[in-house]
Design a protein around this ligand. Structure first.
Ligand code: C5P
Length: 405
């Protein structure tokens, strides 16, 4: 079907629903980004959204008229919501207000956007943005649950300062993350199709007798989210997983290990067959120098546990890699995050280091910095580990393209 600006039928079209949240202006940036990717964007704005951002801004950025009314006077012969529903290869409602979510969840169709959303058979996404009280309200969460069950993709809001002056969850997700979700929805995001990627996740356990070990609080969530995100982009993922609190995701090949020594052997064996290594595992830096064969008995007195350093797996892998292999490491710090991460990036010879706060351990969200070998850096505000992982995989795509020259 031809788009309103006469584009060819094979050009993909996103119907960008804009509803009346203060974050509506951020949808302008999103529209511009999608258009620069060659995607045809048609904005459908609610009355409240038009009061916050001028429709003319969307018209100049998208190059298309903004759809606003169910029965536009200038097009008496078309049924606008059906035309939009058929035109859209994907629908993205950004930002989505609590009001919109409620209407969509219950099938209300009292304006152009809700009617088009109800009529379309194309995949749909909503990126909610609202005050924390509204966001946390069980009614809103119930509506979201309904929408997800009905196949909607929801890009969860972030924590942060909200337009209403409070702090909490409800701020629109980062535009880049929403953009990636829309690309995924269009089936465009498979940048790693067939690319073999090696990912480590979880913690290691270093035994000092048959029943005791040294370890850390890593849950495995970040590494598993990376494996999922890489697979969503089409990568062939080999996951080397140490102990973790949750079950690993489905991957192409899963190798379970326990100690740093086992992880090192597995990484070195797998590395030559992969284009990238993401070392997200929380490897114990030290292990007991001696592992007793039988359980150490309680004597009442002090005992001394002598520790020996573990091999630095990621540094060794970076040193021995084939040309063109991209190596990504993590730095978990309790202080001086940036300086320590930069030091590690250089010392270990990595292409990218993800520096995150020790508070991320065991949690479902993360924040931090990405430091690239070429000197660039990028701050990542508090965000869910799935979204954080998608961002890292996105950057990995860029690094692999550069490595290919
Ligand atoms: O030096 P540090 O342990 O803080 O470095 C963290 C990074 O190095 C992570 O990517 C981790 O997976 C990796 N690492 C490793 N081998 C170790 C310790 C950490 O590969 N023995």
């Amino acid at each position: 079907m031809a788009s309103p600006n006469g584009a060819l039928a094979d050009r993909r079209t996103v119907l960008l629903g804009v509803t009346g949240s203060i974050a509506a202006y951020k949808a302008l940036d999103l529209a511009g980004r999608l258009r620069r990717r060659g995607i045809n964007v048609v904005a459908a704005m609610t009355g409240a959204a038009c009061r916050l951002v001028g429709p003319a801004s969307f018209e100049s950025i998208t190059g298309n008229p903004v759809a606003r009314e169910l029965f536009p006077e200038n097009k008496p012969q078309t049924i606008e919501h059906i035309a939009l529903a058929e035109l859209a290869d994907a629908v993205a409602v950004v930002p989505a207000t609590a009001n919109f979510l409620a209407k969509a969840a219950h099938g209300l169709a009292d304006d152009l956007l809700t009617a088009a959303v109800l009529a379309t058979k194309s995949p749909k996404l909503a990126a909610p943005a609202m005050n924390v009280g509204m966001w946390e309200n069980p009614v809103v969460q119930g509506n979201l649950k309904k929408l997800k069950a009905g196949g909607w993709q929801v890009v969860e809001p972030e924590e942060g300062f909200l337009a209403c002056g409070t702090r909490g969850a409800g701020r629109l997700a980062r535009v880049e993350i929403i953009e990636q979700a829309i690309l995924d929805l269009l089936g465009r995001g498979r940048d790693l199709a067939g690319v073999p990627v090696l990912i480590t996740a979880g913690r290691t356990e270093e035994p000092w007798d048959p029943v005791r070990f040294l370890s850390n609080r890593s849950s495995g969530r970040m590494g598993f989210a990376l494996a999922r995100a890489a697979r969503e982009q089409g990568a062939e993922v080999t996951l080397i997983a140490g102990p973790a609190d949750i079950a690993p995701p489905e991957v192409d090949s899963l190798i379970r290990v326990r100690t740093a020594g086992e992880m090192r052997r597995a990484v070195m064996r797998q590395l030559p067959g992969n284009r990238a290594l993401i070392m997200a595992a929380a490897v114990a830096d030290y292990r007991p120098r001696i592992t007793q064969r039988s359980k150490i008995k309680r004597s009442g007195g002090r005992i001394t546990l002598e520790l020996a350093p573990n091999p630095d797996i990621v540094a060794e892998a970076a040193g021995k890699r084939k040309k063109g292999t991209v190596v990504v490491g993590f730095a978990l710090e309790t202080g001086d995050l940036r300086a320590n991460a930069l030091k590690k990036l250089r010392a270990k010879g990595l292409d990218l280091i993800v520096a995150n706060d020790a508070r991320a351990l065991g949690s479902s969200s993360n924040r931090g910095w990405l430091f690239f070998a070429e000197g660039r850096s990028e701050r990542v505000p508090e965000t869910g580990k799935d979204a954080f992982a998608k961002l890292i995989i996105n950057r990995l795509v860029g690094l692999l393209k550069r490595a290919d020259g």
